[in-house]
Structures are given as structure tokens and as C-alpha cells.
Design a binder for this molecule. Structure first.
Ligand code: TNX
Length: 585
């Protein structure tokens, strides 16, 4: 292969369909046919060797094979990786991938490694995933990892990480599946939607040594293990829930939690936004809801709320990580903060409550007989729906002891119809099944087998959040300093050893959408405490939601979850040293 010089443009205008994306430090691109460049260290030393062959290297799949062709001339020009080596591994991936074929060798990420997004992949949303990858790997590796649009085979600098559209040969990947091929000369990621590309990015991140999660530059070179992975999730709904009503958490804190959920490929983030202790989302038509109703929280602290702009920021942050936010406005019970803020909603003859600063006591309700209730609910539903690009709106509907059963049914039928009219699918806690709210509703099982069976009978879909297995606010064991025990204690093993299709006998498996693990925050007051309750249990739910159940054993999983601790530590996260996990010493 004859090498001829070619023009290498670092500042010229984009051409030939290639452009650099993202907040790259460099501003240019490399434009020449087959080529390669070696450059190392922080100084850009550009050694260009062009093939006279103007074939654009068949970059239609962007696989390692393509890049290996174009890299044939390079080994002598690429300096060896800088020691120490941080070796990547397939051994501790969570969730366990559907199919994995490890190969031999490893691929170092070096100064010349570039991220290539093919146009067909860009059209399906790979650009966001590419930026995410760059953002994840940049700080610890110290690499620039420029994101380049192109066909992947031609003007690539160093061993590429290529995002390409899945082909027929990749089989049925659905909207979330992906194929990841790691060869010694490059990485190919294939998927057919933004979500699939994004989950591949999370896998790449997890395949790298735990130090990659540090916000600080790590000396040396990170490597990826060579091999092929084909990965498709089992359930469509893999959720986590955070209660920001009992204790309020800032946008930055919630984003840290969203990042953790994304790391383990959870795809739903349910925000419990209102309760007796606070109303946490600005509603423009009813400013008093947050002016008054967000002024405190459980324990009497200062509370807080999200402006609509802040909420949009959260939704966008989640969406960029493949996560749909499910907002919950809890009604007709759990409304002390709303009633305190808007006394006109209180049923005649009953006292106006104060915002609760203790546990919920089940004594408040919206008034099903008053038309003013429905104009209020309409206003709230319309604003929340307008703020929420995701298809769901959760109406709570739990523990409405103060609402007579007839009123409860009447209220929820109207409220869920408003949700539908606003273009969203209604979701409710399992009690909602007693109001026969329709086969298009999603019913979140938490406690009552009877309600779950009724929901199934109505043709509703079920999200499984059995309190005795999936409630992240339950203590690990009696020694856990915070948390509750009303549904028992849930150590990491117990959080892992169950299945959404069998945890409640008799439910039709094809109506089970997936699972969700809620963190109620009566006893949880800080980000560190959130993390102590989530880690190490959240990854259990992520694996149950994603991976096939065959061959699932605690003994095998225990080693993988133990290995995550180094990752959490590198990322500055807190976690609980649950004694059932064989932590490395
Ligand atoms: C039950 S689960 C509740 C919440 C509490 C939680 C505490 C559900 C739908 N209602 O209001 O915070 O228990 O574990």
C-alpha cells in the first residue's frame, strides 16, 4: 500500500460529509483518504501517511475490520501505550449481557483514538451517545476523543470507536439493543436508536478499569478487552423512583442519581413530586403550591421545589442518558401540602391541614364532590403533561384512606381521563385497580396481591415494585442506620433473588412491563444517604430488568457486585458495606 502525502486540514471548513462535533478542544478535521496519524502526548505530532487508493475504505459498517484495514500501515507510527496500563475486563459487567464472546488481547485508548459517528447512525441519535462517551471517558483518561462525523473508514485518526447503524446481520435489536465489537484496531457500536447507542456507551464505560470513573486524570493508559457483545433488554420498564417530597433534593443531586441509574441501564426515572410534606414542582397557574407548599419537608427543614425550567433540565439530562422521567402527582390522598397551600380545595366541614413535617398519616384527601377539585387537577395535569416529553403521567392513587371508595373511583376515573386527554398514559399505585381505570393504565404493584390480580383482569400493564423485595428505603439489616422495616429488611442478596414474573403468583407474564425500585425518603436526608440506600442494591434491579433469568445465581452475581465498589469509590459515591457481599479487602 503506497503512502502518499495528503492534505491534512486542521482548520478548514467541513467537507466530504465529515465534521467534528461536540466541545472538542481542537477545531478541525483531518481530510484525506486512507490515513493515519500518530500522535502522542499532549503535543500533536502529526505523521500523515496517505494511501494513494482513493477508495473510502468501505466504511459502511465502521467495524473494526474496516479500521484494521486502514491501520495496517500504522503500528510502527503509533507509540506504545503509556504505563501503567489500566486493563479493562468483561468480568464484572452489570447487567449481565445477553451474549458475550470474549476474544484475545486488548485495545488501548490512546491520544489518537477518535469517536466516529456515521451519518446513518447520527440520523438515529448516535451523536448524543458519542458526546456522552466522550464526556464519560475524557476526565480520567485525559484523552481528547474527538467526535467526528464520517463514514468511519477513511479520515480516522487512530483506532476509532465507530457508531454505525445496525444491519440485518445484527438480528432483532429492538429499540434498546446494541452490538459492541471490540477488536485490537478499533471498536464498532451498532444499534438502531439513540437508546441502544447509549446503552452501548454505558457498557464501554463499565468495561474500562474502575478508575475511569474518577473525575481526575489518571496516569497511564486504559485498555478495552477484545471481544463481541450482543445485548438486548428483557423488560421495557426498568425503573428507579426518588421521593423528593418527603425530603427535597437539588437538581444536581438528582442528576447524580440519574447518572447512577443510567450506568446500570435503567430507563425510567419516576419522580415522586408531591406528598403531604411538600409540593416540589412549580405550577404556573397555582403559584401558591410551591410558594407555600414547598416551604418545608419532613423534620421541618427548608424544603424546596423545582422551577419549570429546572424540571425541564432534569428531564433533558435524563433523556440524554436514555431515561424517561415519569412525573408523579399523588392524589387524591397524600395532599396535605396542596391543601395547606390552597385551602379552597379542602372539603367543606373538614379542617385545613398544615404541611406535614412528620410521616404521612393518611388523613388528607381532595374532595371528589367539588368541581373546583377537577379544575385544579385539570390545570396541574395539563402543565405537567406539557412539561413532560415522556409518554407517562403518574397519578399516585395510593393510601387514600380518607377518601370514601365511591369518591375514590369517581375521582380517579376523571383524573385518568384528564391524563389521557393531555396525551399521556396514566400510571398509578396498585390501589388504582379498585377504580377500574382502563386497560391502557399502568398499575404499579407494591403491596396488594388482590389489586395486582384485579389490574391484570382489567387488561392493564403491571410494573412490579414489591415492597418486600424492591423498596430501597427498607434497611439492609437491623444495623442499617437509616431506613424503615415495615416490609422487612432487604439485603443485597434478597434484592437480587426474585423475578417480576413470579414474585406474585398467577399474574400473566405478558402483562408485566417490568420492574421499578422506589426510594422513599422519610429517613433519607442527603445525597450520601441516597447512595447508601441505592448501593449496592440498585444494580440488582437493573440486572433483573435487563438480563435473562436463566442461570442467574447469587453466587455468580456476588463477585460482580463486589467489584463495583471500586467504581463507586472512584466516582466519589457512598455505599453500604452490606456484609452479604464478598467485598475485596
Ligand atoms: C408506602 S408505597 C407509601 C409511601 C411511603 C412508603 C414508605 C406507597 C405507594 N406508599 O407513601 O413513603 O410506604 O416505605
Amino acid at each position: 500500500m503506497g503512502a502518499t502525502p495528503c492534505s491534512s486540514t486542521l482548520t478548514g471548513p467541513p467537507g466530504g460529509g465529515h465534521r467534528r462535533r461536540g466541545p472538542g478542544r481542537g477545531s478541525g478535521r483531518l481530510a484525506c483518504g486512507r490515513v493515519l496519524v500518530a500522535l502522542l502526548g499532549l503535543v500533536s505530532l502529526l505523521l500523515v501517511a496517505c494511501s494513494g487508493d482513493d477508495d473510502t475504505a468501505g466504511g459502511d459498517t465502521g467495524g473494526p475490520e474496516e479500521s484494521s484495514r486502514s491501520s495496517e500501515a500504522t503500528p510502527s507510527t503509533v507509540a506504545p501505550p503509556v504505563e501503567p496500563l489500566h486493563h479493562g475486563s468483561f468480568a464484572s459487567l452489570i447487567p449481565r449481557p445477553t451474549g458475550l464472546t470474549p476474544g484475545d488481547g486488548e485495545l488501548p485508548l490512546v491520544a489518537s483514538t477518535a469517536i466516529v459517528v456515521q451519518p446513518e447512525a447520527e440520523a438515529e441519535g448516535a451523536g448524543g451517545a458519542a458526546d456522552l462517551l466522550r464526556g464519560y471517558l475524557g476526565p480520567a483518561t485525559g484523552l481528547e476523543l474527538p467526535v467526528v462525523q464520517g463514514d468511519g473508514g477513511a479520515d480516522v485518526v487512530g483506532p476509532p470507536i465507530t457508531f454505525a447503524l445496525a444491519t440485518g446481520g445484527d438480528g432483532e435489536l429492538g429499540t434498546e439493543g446494541y452490538v459492541l465489537d471490540i477488536a485490537s484496531r478499533g471498536v464498532a457500536i451498532r444499534a438502531s436508536s439513540a437508546a441502544g447507542f447509549g446503552w452501548a456507551v454505558q457498557t464501554v464505560r463499565q468495561l474500562l478499569a474502575p478508575e475511569v470513573q474518577s473525575p481526575d486524570p489518571q496516569p497511564g493508559t486504559f485498555t478495552l478487552p477484545v471481544g463481541t457483545l450482543r445485548d438486548v433488554p428483557r423488560f421495557a420498564w426498568r425503573g428507579a423512583m426518588l421521593d423528593v417530597a418527603r425530603h427535597f433534593f437539588t437538581v444536581e443531586e438528582v442528576e447524580r442519581v440519574i447518572d447512577l441509574a443510567a450506568q446500570y441501564k435503567l430507563n425510567r426515572f419516576h419522580l415522586h413530586l408531591t406528598d403531604d410534606q411538600g409540593w416540589r414542582l412549580q405550577i404556573e397557574q397555582f403559584p401558591e403550591l410551591t410558594e407555600v407548599g414547598a416551604a418545608t419537608e419532613l423534620g421541618g427543614g427548608p424544603g424546596g421545589f423545582y422551577t419549570q425550567d429546572q424540571y425541564r433540565e432534569l428531564v433533558d439530562y435524563a433523556a440524554a442518558r436514555g431515561i424517561v422521567v415519569v412525573p408523579e402527582i399523588d392524589m387524591p390522598g397524600h395532599v396535605a401540602a396542596a391543601l395547606a397551600a390552597r385551602p379552597s380545595l379542602v372539603c367543606p366541614g373538614t379542617p385545613t391541614p398544615a404541611i406535614a413535617t412528620g410521616f404521612s398519616d393518611g388523613t388528607t384527601t381532595l374532595c371528589a364532590d367539588a368541581e373546583s377539585t377537577y379544575s385544579f387537577v385539570q390545570g396541574v395535569v395539563d402543565e405537567v403533561a406539557a412539561l413532560t416529553p415522556g409518554p407517562y403521567l403518574h397519578v399516585g392513587a395510593d393510601e387514600a384512606q380518607a377518601t370514601p371508595p365511591d369518591d375514590y373511583q369517581r375521582f380517579l376515573r376523571r383524573a385518568t381521563d384528564m391524563v389521557r386527554a393531555a396525551g399521556k398514559q396514566p400510571v398509578g399505585w396498585d390501589e388504582i385497580a379498585t377504580a377500574a381505570t382502563g386497560s391502557d393504565a399502568i398499575v404499579q404493584f407494591w403491596l396488594s396481591s388482590e389489586n395486582a390480580a384485579a389490574a391484570a383482569g382489567q387488561g392493564a400493564s403491571l410494573v412490579m415494585s414489591p415492597a418486600r423485595r424492591a423498596y430501597l428505603d427498607m434497611k439492609y439489616d437491623d444495623s442499617t442506620p437509616i431506613g424503615l422495616t415495615w416490609a422487612g429488611t432487604i439485603n443485597t442478596r434478597r434484592s437480587y433473588e426474585w423475578d417480576p414474573t413470579t414474585v406474585e403468583p398467577g399474574l400473566p407474564a405478558d402483562q408485566i412491563l417490568g420492574l421499578e425500585a422506589p426510594l422513599w425518603t422519610e429517613t433519607v436526608t442527603s445525597l450520601a444517604e441516597i447512595e447508601q440506600m441505592l448501593l449496592p442494591r440498585l444494580p440488582s434491579y437493573a440486572e433483573i430488568g435487563w438480563s435473562t433469568p436463566d442461570g442467574r445465581t447469587w453466587d455468580e452475581y456476588a463477585g460482580r457486585i463486589a467489584a463495583q465498589a471500586a467504581r463507586w469509590t472512584a466516582a466519589g459515591r457512598a455505599y453500604t458495606r452490606d456484609p452479604v457481599v464478598p467485598w475485596p479487602s
